[in-house]
Design a protein around this ligand. Sequence first.
Ligand code: URA
Length: 231
Amino acid sequence: MRLDKFLCDCGYGTRSQVKQLVKKGRVTVNGAPCRQADLKIDEKNDRISVDGNECGYSQFVYYMFHKPAGCVCAVKDNVSRTVMEYLEKEDVKKDLFPVGRLDKDTEGLLLLTNDGALSHKLLSPKKHVPKTYYVKSKKALSKEDVKQLETGVDIGDEKKTLPASVEVLGQREIFLTISEGRFHQIKRMLFSVGNEVVYLKRVSMGGLHLDENLKPGEYRLLTGEEMERLC
Ligand code: URA
């Protein structure tokens, strides 16, 4: 099999994207740098690495997507643009889905995968995977508001929200880290302290941080290190 075809199949991008990887010397074959994209490799016995991470055929792929505002976290939607519409043709075929949901007007980190078990693990309410949001509020947040958000607030559910952590960035700007994933949770938390979210962006989930080099609407494969931090 050709090296570029192998890299595409492993999820490293389109044929032209993987050719660039090879051209830049980021790919090694059996430990030796290789700049020949059409090299014939033995995919069962040769060791192929990208940036030092050995690639293997995996049935699963994992992408970090910078969700822009204005699209919905669904595979199909009759009305709104979906996150899937940002994928390259080759990736559409991989049966990807978003791990969890962000509101249509929320931006930021979204994991796209075809690994149902990992998705289940990350979303399980028992796991309490922390998620950090950059929040801009309509009005200034007082010290008391911050304390309430941290302690837990009544958002109209059976139970108050679990303790959260707040990093104050400005009068109307905070990082809010929650370990639950209730419907519209951040907006409802702000509402419970008499305020309103005017801008919301997820910046991290578990050990995974949004790569600020990714512009809204762009995505890339997770690195080996990011995979380890996530699992
Ligand atoms: N909380 C919200 O209110 N909206 C989101 O999109 C995510 C968390």
